[in-house]
Design a protein around this ligand. Structure first.
Ligand code: GAR
Length: 208
């Protein structure tokens, strides 16, 4: 059984999707053992507590830079014997001191079709604002491994939704969460926990 540690910063609907998927047996070979939040008031913490999952708060604002923050998280990950780290609405970029130690063991969900609308400054609703501003006709979400560059690690799964004429960032965000994020994130986690993802030349493939 792999130990899954989930990092969050906000509402935690993706965390909830993972908890539900674990309960219903969609996630095979893994168990959420700890939730770490970068914000003390993140509602995601309540979701974890309601499901008897251990929580830790490591506030980003108490650290002067990304490196010292990542070192603090690294300590907890080692203590928790994490096999997989999932960034589920985690709004902080992690330093390479962490991403290198856990290469191909950190999975992120990004609310757009990478390489569009991603990288530094593209997070949460801002991503959907930019997609609507550009006028793209489809958007979606990407589940990918995390490396030292923001949103640049190997892509595991992607899913698409249509954009409608009257969409607001909030409406588009909800459509992408419901149709893509809440389904594909648990699926990717389950594939990882069953050792069904292989890396060839830096790209991720689902084993047949
Ligand atoms: C989700 O849409 C997630 O894809 C996005 O923030 C939202 C968090 O919602 N993540 C990022 O933008 C990361 N760069 P949640 O807290 O309800 O899961």
């Amino acid at each position: 059984m792999k130990n899954i540690v989930v990092l969050v910063s906000g509402g935690g609907t993706n965390l909830q999707a993972l908890i539900d998927a674990e309960k219903s047996g969609i996630i095979k070979g893994g168990k959420i053992t700890c939730v770490i939040s970068s914000k003390p008031d993140a509602y995601a913490l309540e979701r974890a507590k309601n499901n008897n999952i251990a929580t830790r708060v490591i506030p980003r604002k108490e650290y002067s830079d990304s490196k010292s923050y990542s070192m603090a998280i690294l300590d907890v990950l080692r203590e928790e014997k994490a096999d997989l780290i999932v960034l589920a609405g985690f709004m902080t970029i992690l330093d390479e001191c962490l991403t290198k130690e856990y290469a191909y063991k950190i999975i992120n969900v990004h609310p757009a079709l990478i390489p569009s609308f991603c990288g530094e400054g593209y997070y949460g609703l801002k991503v959907h604002e930019k997609a609507l501003e550009y006028g793209v006709k489809v958007s979606g979400a990407t589940i990918h491994f995390v490396n030292e560059k923001a949103d640049a690690g190997a892509i595991i799964l992607q899913g698409v939704v249509d954009i409608e004429k009257d969409d607001t960032p909030e409406i588009l965000q909800r459509r992408i969460m419901e149709n893509v994020e809440w389904k594909l994130l648990p699926k990717a986690v389950s594939l990882f926990c069953q050792d069904k993802i292989e890396i060839i030349d830096g790209k991720a493939y689902v084993k047949k």
